[in-house]
Design a protein around this ligand. Structure first.
Ligand SMILES: [Zn+2]
Length: 285
């Protein structure tokens, strides 16, 4: 387990990298920029220093990654890695608020970096203009404290789930379609008694059997709700605040205006964390 809130800053080699090292001194500009969250008893100066020291990988600079990146950047998460292999298209702008008309056809990760730097030049942003794969992802994940999964495909989701287990990283994951969405935090890499993403989705759905945003559409504000929740969960994980969604699944129904929090059990027969061989059960493609 990570240290409880505000108990481990500068304590040495215990905990994730964002909790190590000498305390940072906030300058006057940072004191002003982050003043509203410095007022929060749960964050304060020590929490802000942790955020500035933290490294987060956001996978996907789309509908979910956009609000997640913007709120993480605004909160002063000090090192943001943004991975996306696509380019900005006109049809993205209805929900992918990192991008604008002036950056159509640019790589999304680069466009995201432009928006993030404009919002908060106080932090470092590293654009990665490619889809993550088994060759490129491990070295990247080793450098971060936490992974946000805003991707839109099962191979990427399964890869991040497996690597977060191997590398002991928390994984904050979201999905949307239509007017509904879901959020979950997976800490199986830090606590093997907790479920992983494949406890929720053991196998990928048959092609065409599940609705997708491309097939049935999605409202931009719904991606805003879920993507913002990814940022909230990430800040809580980084600072050890409150009751996170680890071991739970949060369902959002935007049409009926409801949230529902369910307990997510660990599956004994999970292909990733249940003891079954993973290599034989990973999907291809
Ligand atoms: Zn599992």
């Amino acid at each position: 387990m990570w240290p409880t809130p505000l108990s481990g800053v500068g304590a040495g080699a215990v905990g994730p990298p964002c909790l190590r090292g000498a305390p940072l001194a906030l300058n006057a500009s940072q004191m002003d920029r982050y003043s509203r969250q410095l007022l929060l008893r749960e964050i304060g100066g020590e929490g802000q220093e942790r955020l500035l020291r933290a490294s987060v990988l956001v996978v996907g600079a789309g509908g979910l990654g956009s609000p997640a990146c913007l709120y993480l950047a605004a909160a002063g998460v000090g090192h943001l890695f943004v991975a996306d292999g696509d380019r900005v298209e006109l049809s993205n702008l209805q929900r992918q608020i990192l991008h604008g008309c002036d950056r159509l056809d640019q790589p999304k990760a680069e466009s995201a970096a432009v928006a993030i730097r404009a919002l908060n030049p106080d932090i470092e942003v590293v654009p990665i203009n490619q889809e993550l794969d088994a060759a490129s992802a491990p070295s990247l994940l080793e450098r971060v404290d936490l992974v946000v999964d805003g991707s839109d495909n099962f191979p990427t989701r399964y890869l991040l789930n497996a690597l977060c287990q191997q590398l002991h990283k928390p994984l904050v994951s979201g999905a949307v379609v239509g007017f509904s969405g879901q959020v979950a935090t997976f800490r199986h890499g830090l606590d093997p008694s907790l479920p992983c993403y494949r406890c929720l989705h053991p196998l990928p759905p048959e092609l065409g059997s599940e609705p997708t945003c491309v097939a049935v559409g999605v409202l931009g504000a719904v991606t805003g709700v879920v993507g913002s929740y990814l940022a909230l969960e990430s800040v809580k994980e980084l600072l050890g605040l409150g009751s996170t969604l680890a071991g739970h699944l949060l369902l959002f129904d935007g049409l009926d205006g409801r949230f529902l929090r369910l307990r997510l059990p660990k599956r004994d027969d999970c292909p990733q964390c249940g003891g079954v061989s993973v290599s034989s059960s990973l999907p291809v493609g």
